[in-house]
Design a protein around this ligand. Structure first.
Ligand SMILES: *Cc1c(COP(=O)(O)O)cnc(C)c1O
Length: 350
């Protein structure tokens, strides 16, 4: 604490990211990174962009917005890009979610959302997931300024179908619905095709997970012009160049190498199904995941103990000491060998 702090700083409780271990040889299944490397074309594009480091990047990241627009079948003006989707989310909170009524999001969801509420002074209500840990959109009919859903939800991995999002949008045309689709590429239905018909929808995605580019920091939002303009106004009052020239080049190359994307994604989906089956055989209840992680709890072992024992044996998973989910482990789907190692260690423990 310091007497020089602005008052709000005293009240912040910052987000705590998963551990990034310094030593080698750890099986790292705790931060939902992609276990496969990015496309070789990304590395070539980044190397060649490095020749232009002397210059500022394009503040509008036009090439990247065009590539995303073509891939998502929208117009480039309907795309906003930022330094990771966390930054896109931050601008969304400030530009679109700060009103007199509370913002709604699930009680179990991405734990950065309440942190942004604290940073920007936004009131929120947490809507409990149902008994099966699912989002029930009929629970979101209560008074609010806006609704924020993560789909598939984190850390459960459970997805809503596009039809459910469409009903919510139609039911509440005067309420903004933001859908965080950080994991959508691993098998869920994206809400992006609904953007054309609904001016109250903003969809946010990232290159960090399905494109294997967590280290490059690129995320984006898709919505109709007035929503994107709000994000642009905040961004241009904050940082003109959030996406640097290496990130623009790398992300464009990642979009262009669709073959690589499909191949690595298919492997992760196959590994997820194998992992879920093997965890089930070891006595875990595994929630039905459409993400690149599974959320699982053991019949008779505490989550805290299992996470600690795994850690001691060189396997990192994520554990949240929060009500309702304290016995669950969130396990990132790794390579075939990483998943096999996890299962082997668990077999020894259980
Ligand atoms: C990983 C993640 C993000 C943030 O990803 P960036 O690396 O900042 O693009 C956003 N939302 C959810 C739910 C995530 O899991």
């Amino acid at each position: 604490m310091s007497r020089f702090w602005s008052p709000v700083v005293h009240t912040l409780s910052p987000y705590v990211p998963g551990e990034q271990p310094k030593q080698d040889g750890i099986v790292k299944l705790n931060t939902n990174e992609n276990p496969y490397p990015p496309s070789p074309r990304v590395l070539a594009a980044v190397a060649s962009a490095a020749e232009r480091l002397r210059l500022y990047p394009d503040p509008g990241a036009t090439r990247l917005r065009e590539a995303i627009a073509a891939h998502c079948d929208v117009r480039p003006e309907q795309v906003f890009v930022g330094n990771g989707s966390d930054e896109v989310l931050a601008h969304t909170f400030q530009a679109l979610l700060k009103h007199n009524m509370p913002l709604l999001f699930p009680d179990v969801t991405y734990s950065f959302y309440p942190v942004y509420c604290g940073l920007y002074g936004i009131t929120h209500d947490e809507v409990p997931l149902d008994a099966a840990m699912r989002i029930d959109i009929s629970d979101y009919r209560r008074p609010s300024s806006a609704i924020l859903l993560c789909n598939p939800n984190a850390p459960t991995g459970i997805a809503l179908q596009r039809d459910a999002i469409a009903s919510l949008l139609a039911e509440q045309p005067d309420r903004l619905v933001v859908v965080d689709e950080a994991y959508v590429d691993f098998g869920a239905e994206s809400a992006v095709p609904l953007v054309a018909r609904h001016d109250n929808l903003l969809v946010i995605q990232t290159f960090s997970k399905s494109r294997s580019l967590a280290g490059l920091r690129v995320g984006f939002a898709i919505g109709q012009r007035p929503l994107i303009e709000a994000l642009e106004r905040v961004k241009d009052s904050f940082n003109s160049y959030p996406v640097d020239c290496l990130a623009i080049a790398g992300a464009v190359a990642a979009i262009e190498d669709d073959g690589w994307f499909r191949k690595t994604r298919a492997r992760i989906i196959a590994n997820r199904e194998t992992l879920a089956r093997e965890l089930g055989q070891l006595g875990f209840e595994v929630l039905p995941s459409l993400a690149n992680f599974v959320f699982a709890r053991h019949r008779n072992r505490s989550g805290t103990d299992l996470a600690a024992a795994l850690r001691q044996r060189g396997v990192l998973v994520r554990h949240f000491g929060k009500p309702r989910i304290e016995d669950f482990l969130r396990i990132t789907v790794g390579t075939e060998a990483e998943c096999a190692r996890l299962v082997e260690v668990l077999r020894g423990l259980i």
